[in-house]
Design a protein around this ligand. Structure first.
Ligand code: SAM
Length: 286
């Protein structure tokens, strides 16, 4: 993975624009990093790119240089006139004003692919950090039809995404991401590469959707419920943490852990995805 500190600034913010901290408005200023993210996305002329949070359009421009079409989804209406002015001479971009979490990407993506005669979709964004996890969970759990997701996230989150399930840095999201995708760290980006500078450093990661999950389980939802509950109180033993689930008695859990060959005193973070899949298959619900 590369590492970038800012060299020069040519993306001056629009004069008079007041950045809203609560919307995660830290805009990229280094053109080299912007081009690096666009290139890492793998977009080409056959690709529809869905950009999350275009801000003032710096990454949108770089994506439009590579992609067949870019649909950029921005929540803050104040940015729409700025985007229209910046991008007015480009004919392969459309801006949608809305909340990415409320956007039906399973409808929007096939519609845009058909409208522009494109063969694949990819998702790209310098994410608003206050909703990183909900965005990623939406993209994964709703099976949004996109081959890859290339995103800038807070460095600690990037480390969690790239951690191996069953390692110290793993969190519940690590298991979900690894179930659906392979994860490649692309680039570390210092806080000084944004305006205004956030309080944290960042990292760009690329998630590529797997053709098939790396483990088999009869009921993936049950497996994810166990993972989330296990990590909700990650300092507790697995048996104690999973006792929070109302549908199982302690006896059910003890028997299932034994049948899956998992010591009940282990903690969630020490289990692999295979361990959780085995445990899920040993538990049935009344
Ligand atoms: N892409 C620009 C860049 O790299 O400079 C801006 C990135 S900034 C970190 C995040 C952007 O996401 C902001 O423009 C913000 O207004 C937008 N945003 C925040 N919440 C959003 C939401 N729920 N849906 C869509 N966009 C959102």
């Amino acid at each position: 993975m590369g590492s970038k500190r800012q060299k020069k600034t040519n993306n001056a913010p629009a004069p008079g624009f007041r950045h809203q901290k609560k919307l995660g408005q830290n805009f990229l200023t280094d053109p080299e990093i912007v081009r690096g993210i666009a290139a890492a996305s793998g977009a080409d002329r056959d690709t529809l790119v869905i950009e999350i949070g275009p801000g003032e359009g710096v990454l949108t421009e770089a994506l439009s240089d590579l992609a067949g079409h870019v649909t950029a989804i921005e929540l803050d209406e104040r940015l729409l006139p700025i985007l229209r002015v910046r991008l007015f001479n480009r004919d392969n971009i459309d801006i949608v004003q809305g909340d990415i979490l409320q956007t039906d990407l399973n409808t929007l993506i096939p519609e845009r692919l058909a409208a522009y005669g494109l063969s694949e979709a990819r998702i790209v964004g310098n994410l608003p950090y206050y909703i990183t996890t909900p965005i990623l969970m939406k993209l994964l759990e709703e099976n949004v039809p996109a081959g890859s997701v290339t995103v800038m996230v807070q460095k600690e989150v990037g480390e969690r995404l790239a951690a191996a399930p069953g390692s110290r840095d793993a969190g519940a999201i690590t298991y979900t991401v690894h179930y659906y995708c392979t994860v490649t760290p692309i680039l570390e980006v210092g806080r000084e590469c944004f305006t205004p500078a956030p309080k944290v450093d960042s990292v760009v990661v690329r998630l590529d959707r797997r053709d098939a999950p790396p483990v088999e389980t009869a009921d993936p939802d049950r497996m994810f419920r166990l993972i989330k509950t296990g990590f909700m109180q990650r300092r507790k033993t697995l048996l104690n943490a999973l006792s929070a689930l109302p549908m199982y008695t302690r006896e059910d859990l003890t028997a299932a852990l034994a049948a899956a060959g998992i010591d009940p005193s282990r903690r969630a973070e020490s289990l692999t995805l295979q361990d959780f899949a085995r445990l899920a298959d040993e538990l049935t619900e009344a």
